[in-house]
Every structure is written in structure tokens, then in C-alpha cells.
Ligand binder design. Structure first.
Ligand SMILES: *Cc1c(COP(=O)(O)O)cnc(C)c1O
Length: 432
């Protein structure tokens, strides 16, 4: 124990935050529990950078966990927010802005014929599940280990002991009864999915999947996995839900569904579509969406749904990502980062590899890119943690856990990427 007083404002703020808020944070991964140390309290951000309470600048590779695709505090977005705010913050009555963003989402993602706006990804997936159950009259849902779909009760679940047995809660406060209809299968495991449908297909309301998984580091679905999922859902009358809260408008303008050429029945969106403000959405086939209240029997609502200020940020973001060459540049940026990091690790003789899809990336302290949750978990966590802290010291902020994907913005230019790779070269030498 040291008796020395820390002079770091981050330390002071963290100590203070823990008095009024559990763990000092409003969302768990911000707390650095996985990597240890003091979370950085952010004061401001611009482009690819943010600054903490000690005035230290970081190259930011979390981008608010996805939304900051244009870079931080992009002037067009800030101005749209200011203009909307000047006209009132929230009305609890419809606005034209909500129609505009709904039309834009439907135009960009052809699988979405109708859409409903909500305020968080959790609400979007929770409501999509309710709709799938309401529309099919079935209770069972299928999810995959390592995919995150927000924190609705029936989704906080891990696989049961038997191969096709139903799940166990992963959080206190979730009754076993609430997850007894949730089947948890292995990501990218086609035979297991086929078995599940063979034995109980006609009782499955829906399958929900991250088509590019970004909550177990970055793991791509294989095309066969998604293709077979689509076929099985169609054959058995189950609803296919793509959770594109993270990968939508992140891997490309048409989302993962465009990239794989697969049409889901329902899609959940969030993150990028709010441009840093609380906007999320679920939408899809009109015949399904017509089952929503007020015209159908499936209830769902929200005081701040379609909030005019948030929608202004989202709509401006959706316009700017359609600029010529946007995704080519974003893709090249993430690729340059991953290629550079991998080469730097190799020079230091460290087992390391990486992958990226559009503006999302993952890197792994293992020989091969993982294709499932268990493979991802086998990575060298201890070495990741040393790398994370080494990079943080160098002024580079990666996600503070090995189990998270990373994100670049359109303002991460070559100089920023190259500075990151140079820093990594120094850190790999120290941890080699
Ligand atoms: C972030 C995320 C969610 C939850 O969104 P919140 O806005 O945090 O509630 C759901 N699904 C996926 C794939 C996500 O990445």
C-alpha cells in the first residue's frame, strides 16, 4: 500500500464516481475490470482523438463502441443537433424528422419495409423478439454463444449442460423460468443448428444472430452458416432476426445482410444510426411490422422514441456515410491498422493475428483468427492486458477487454494509423 496521494484527476474522479455509482461507471466494460487500472474520464473529443481528465490525448479505437463512424464532434452533426435542440427537445408527438430517417433506413436496407424507432439496441432486439413470438405464436428462441443482443432478461443466458438443452441465466435477478425458452448454440456450427431445427423446428419463434459478431472480439459468420440459417427459418416458419446494432452501416452501407446477400425477416439497428445519440430501431417485413401496436397486438412504446434531437444526429450521420468512397476508405483504414499491427507483432515474435470487416476490426493473441466463442476465449488474455496498458501509456485507447471489437472512423488517416503501429512496435518489444 502506498500512502502517496495520486495527482491524477482520473484517479480522483474514479474514487468519487464509485461513491455515487456502482463501480463508478454507467456501463460495466468502461470500468477496466478486465484489464485492471483506472478508467479514463473523457473531457472532450475531436476526429480520431479524445482527451482525458489529465489532459492526455488518445487515439480512440472504440468510437463510443461503434457510433462515432464520422469521427468525434463532426461539425455537420453538431450543427444539426444544435439546430434541432433550439426547436425543443422532445414533444411526445410525431415529427417529420422521424419519417425522414425511417424512409432513409428503408431505402438503404431493402429487407426493411417498415421500421420502428427506439432509444437503445437493447430495446430494439427485445422488441424484435417479442414481435417474432407474437407473430408466430411460439415461445422458443435461438441465440448463439458469444453474441450480445443487449440485456433483456431472456438473452442473459448461457448454454445448458446438454447439447440441445435450454439455457441458464448469466445474471443474478433473471429467473430460470425467463430463459427456459432460450436455446444457446455455437456460432458457425451448422450441424448443431440443423439438429436443433430437426428436433424442435416447429416450436422455434426466431433465430437471432450477429451476422458479423462484434461482442466476442470480431468473428465473422461463415456464409454457409447464415445461408443454412435462412433456409431452416423459412422451412420451419421461424423468424430470422439479424442483430445489426453493431455491424449495420459499420461493415458497409448495406450492412452485413448486403455483404452476405441474405435477407433477414427482421433487423435490429443502433449505434451508427444515432451518430452518438440514443437512436436505435427494428424493422423488416411489412406483414410482421403491421403486428405492432397501435395497429397490431404486439405492444411496444417509448417516451423518447424518435427523439427529434437524436434523430437529427442520426439522419445527418446517415447522409454523410453515403459520400463517394466512404466505405472503401474506412475498409482500407481498418485493414492498414490490422496489417501493420500483425507485422509489428511478428517482428517481436509474438503470436498475434487480426481481421477487419469495413470499419470494424479485431486482433487476437493467438496463431489463428477464431471462428467461435471458445476459440476466441483461448487467446492470451494476460498478454492482451499488457498490450492494452502499454498502448494506453503510448496514447492509444483500444477496448479495455480482449473480448471486444475495435472501430475506426473516417478521420483515422494514414498518419494516425502509422503512429499507432509505431507505438505498437515499441509495446510488442516490451511485452515479447
Ligand atoms: C451494443 C449492442 C446491443 C445493445 O445496444 P445498447 O444500445 O447498448 O442497448 C445489441 N446488439 C448488439 C449486436 C450490440 O453490439
Amino acid at each position: 500500500m502506498t500512502t502517496e496521494q495520486s495527482t491524477s484527476r482520473n484517479d480522483t474522479l474514479f474514487a468519487r464516481a464509485q461513491q455515487s455509482t456502482p463501480g463508478g461507471v454507467n456501463s460495466p466494460v468502461r470500468a477496466f475490470r478486465s484489464v485492471g487500472g483506472t478508467p479514463r474520464f473523457i473531457e472532450r473529443a475531436k476526429g480520431p482523438h479524445f482527451w482525458d481528465a489529465d489532459g492526455k490525448r488518445y487515439i480512440d479505437y472504440i468510437g463510443s463502441w461503434g457510433p462515432a463512424i464520422l469521427g468525434h464532434a463532426r461539425s455537420e452533426v453538431v450543427e444539426a443537433v444544435q439546430a434541432a435542440a433550439a426547436n425543443g427537445l422532445s414533444f411526445g408527438a410525431p415529427t417529420e424528422g422521424e419519417i425522414e430517417i425511417a424512409e432513409e433506413i428503408c431505402r438503404l436496407l431493402p429487407s426493411i419495409e417498415q421500421v420502428r424507432l427506439v432509444s437503445s439496441g437493447t430495446e430494439a432486439t427485445m422488441s424484435a423478439l417479442r414481435l417474432a413470438r407474437g407473430a408466430t405464436g411460439r415461445d422458443k428462441i435461438v441465440k448463439f454463444e458469444g453474441c450480445y443482443h443487449g440485456h433483456a432478461d431472456s438473452l442473459l443466458v448461457k448454454a445448458g449442460s446438454g447439447l440441445l438443452t435450454f439455457g441458464n441465466p448469466t445474471s443474478a435477478g433473471v429467473p430460470e423460468d425467463f430463459v427456459k425458452h432460450t436455446l444457446v448454440l455455437d456460432y458457425n456450427n451448422v450441424p448443431q443448428l440443423e439438429d436443433a431445427f430437426a428436433s424442435m423446428g416447429d416450436t422455434i419463434a426466431c433465430v437471432i444472430v450477429e451476422p458479423v459478431a462484434g461482442n466476442m472480439n470480431l468473428i465473422r459468420a461463415t456464409p454457409e452458416f447464415l445461408q443454412r440459417m435462412r433456409e431452416l427459418c423459412t422451412e420451419h416458419g421461424a423468424v430470422l432476426i439479424f442483430d445489426e446494432v453493431m455491424c449495420g452501416f459499420r461493415v458497409g452501407l448495406e450492412g452485413a445482410q448486403g455483404m452476405y446477400g441474405i435477407t433477414p425477416d427482421l433487423t435490429a439497428l443502433g449505434k451508427v444510426i444515432g451518430g452518438g445519440m440514443p437512436v436505435a430501431a427494428f424493422g423488416g417485413r411489412a406483414d410482421l411490422m403491421q403486428k405492432m401496436a397501435p395497429i397490431g397486438p404486439v405492444y411496444q412504446a417509448g417516451t423518447l422514441s424518435g427523439n427529434p434531437v437524436a434523430v437529427a444526429a442520426g439522419m445527418t450521420t446517415l447522409k454523410l456515410i453515403q459520400e463517394e468512397g466512404f466505405y472503401e476508405k474506412l475498409t482500407a483504414t481498418a485493414d492498414r491498422l490490422v496489417t501493420g499491427l500483425t507485422a509489428a507483432a511478428q517482428e517481436a515474435g509474438i503470436d498475434f493475428c487480426g481481421d477487419s470487416v469495413g470499419g470494424m476490426f479485431g486482433f487476437y493473441f493467438s496463431k489463428d483468427v477464431p471462428s467461435s466463442y471458445s476459440e476466441m476465449m483461448a487467446g492470451d488474455k494476460e498478454r492482451f492486458n499488457r498490450f492494452f496498458h502499454g498502448m494506453l501509456e503510448e496514447g492509444v485507447y483500444f477496448a479495455p477487454a480482449m473480448f471486444e471489437a475495435g472501430f475506426v472512423s473516417i478521420q483515422h488517416d494514414d498518419a494516425v494509423i502509422d503512429a499507432t503501429i509505431e507505438a505498437a512496435r515499441r509495446v510488442f518489444k516490451r511485452i515479447g
